[in-house]
Design a protein around this ligand. Structure first.
Ligand code: HEM
Length: 452
């Protein structure tokens, strides 16, 4: 099937090595950065309408916005060896995850990724499943009937606890804010508003100082956690595989610490954003919510889901997939070319930087019928669209290592909560997002709890 854009996006003719991708108009000096800082989603939507590959001038750099699924697949999968993570990604995690799988490259990244793999194996997932349900069921016991909760904060607290109970096998109760403060400080520092302030990097800002304090608190917490786990029996959870590798001389202490930090941050941020949107969308679509409740009654034998329920909760899984389509928790995947590449007929030099944003691709009417409608039933039929028209977890060898963990977690948490309470959600409209690589909701999202 051919997926054509309107004529303005025609690729250059063969042999034309001077052609450059279309560009949006930008204000001189700040280029397109200001539009992004004002409203990241609107800016990305507008720019992506110019073509499958668009050239952006943002302060200090040129970046190519790539929204054609075949081009995204070329970058992430088919020609992944010609690309590496972007300097922006390394800069985002500087001082907190420099020795983690999220920021390293080459042999070091391969070594870290293969060390972590057993903690995300099918067997490990099966063992985490019942713990996920237990943690969620225990967590929501504290919600009183009629209580009004800060939905996003509650989903963050819950997902931090789930990570600690499963991947790390430690009790984090009461210390969740140490993790959440570090995540907030990281996002604030990386915030794309910063280029708009025109401050040189060497001037420390209150944001930088807050970041340093938050990182030092999180490092101290993680060091205690590792000391606590050191002499306990080992299994195949994440802490065990990291400590086994350190004891075998394959990993340094810093690598252990930074990878625990990376999991605590990456492992709670996106799932909590996704869960917040699930509740918002279910509240807006009572028909879908009813269908999920009926599925729960049909599938769950007893008063709680089990690990095995995950496979049979198909409609709940579809609602999760659909939420990740409409509200992907990350703005996009960033890459940098390590050698000259040709994309859509354009010859681009080594060092070129790319952003593959999920939002416009997940809502592109070339691939999705009624793209803005929340319709979980669209996942019931085999897809008739390019594979990379949907990539909330990225793709290729460097995709999200937590993809199966996250899918299982989101499905089981939604089912566990739906089995006990209804959430009546209120959103401070219009929905706004942080202008950073993490698409966090900035608007107030609260919910009133109704026990069933
Ligand atoms: C809804 C949930 C989640 C979403 C949408 C998500 C999305 C992503 C995306 C888009 C990337 C970037 C990959 C790339 O650069 O190509 C990523 C990387 C990563 N994610 Fe997730 N993620 C989620 C949950 C999790 C969880 C639960 C964990 C851990 C328990 C996790 C750990 C990681 C790590 C460690 C990386 C870096 C992988 C590497 O560079 O090798 N994520 N994730």
């Amino acid at each position: 099937m051919a997926f054509d854009r309107p004529p303005m996006t025609r690729s250059p003719s063969a042999g034309d090595t001077t052609a450059v991708p279309p560009s949006p108009d930008g204000i001189p000096i700040l280029g397109n950065g200001l539009a992004f800082a004002r409203n990241p989603i609107d800016a990305i939507k507008r720019w992506s309408s110019l073509g499958d590959i668009v050239r952006l001038e943002i302060p200090g750099q040129t970046m190519y916005l790539v929204t054609g699924p075949e081009l995204i697949e070329q970058i992430l999968v088919a020609e992944h060896e010609r690309f590496t993570i972007s300097p922006a990604q390394r800069e985002t995690f500087r001082g907190i995850e420099d020795h983690a799988v999220t920021t390293t490259t080459g042999d070091r990244w391969e070594r870290l990724r293969s060390t972590l793999r057993p903690a995300f194996s099918r067997g490990a997932m099966d063992r985490y499943a019942d713990r996920i349900v237990d943690t969620a069921a225990t967590y929501i016991e504290q919600w009183d009937d009629g209580e009004r909760i800060d939905l996003y904060r509650e989903m963050r607290l819950l997902t931090v606890r789930i990570l600690a109970d499963t991947l790390l096998d430690v009790d984090i109760r009461g210390q969740e804010d140490v993790v959440m403060n570090a995540a907030d400080a990281l996002v604030d520092r990386a915030n794309f508003r910063r280029p708009g302030q025109l401050l040189p990097d060497w001037i420390p800002t209150p944001t930088d100082r807050r970041f340093e304090r938050a990182v030092s608190d999180l490092d101290a917490y993680v060091d205690d956690l590792i000391a606590d786990r050191k002499d306990r029996e080992r299994g195949d959870d994440l802490c065990s595989v990291l400590l086994d590798a350190r004891d075998a001389g394959d990993l340094s202490s810093e690598e252990v610490r930074h990878n625990v930090v990376a999991m605590l941050l990456a492992g709670h941020d996106s799932p909590s954003v996704a869960l917040t949107h699930v509740w918002r969308l279910l509240d807006e679509h009572p028909d879908v919510q009813n269908a999920l409740q009926e599925e729960y009654v049909a599938v769950v034998d007893g008063d709680r889901p089990t690990g095995e329920s995950y496979i049979t909760l198909e409609q709940t899984q579809n609602a999760v997939s659909e939420t990740l389509r409409l509200y992907p928790p990350t703005l996009g995947i960033t890459r940098q070319a390590t050698e000259p590449v040709t994309l859509d007929g354009y010859d681009l030099s080594a060092g070129a930087q790319f952003l593959c944003p999920q939002w416009p691709v997940h809502r592109d009417d070339r691939f999705w019928s009624e793209p803005t409608a929340f319709d979980p039933t669209r996942w019931e039929d085999p897809a008739v669209r390019p594979e990379y028209a949907y990539f909330p977890f990225s793709g290729g060898p460097r995709n999200c290592i937590g993809i199966h963990f996250a899918r299982q977690e989101l499905t089981l948490v939604v089912a566990t909560i739906l089995g006990e309470v209804e959430l009546d959600v209120t959103v401070d409209e219009p929905l706004k997002f942080t202008p950073s690589l993490q698409l966090r909701p900035e608007s107030d999202i609260t919910a009133t709890v109704h026990r069933q």
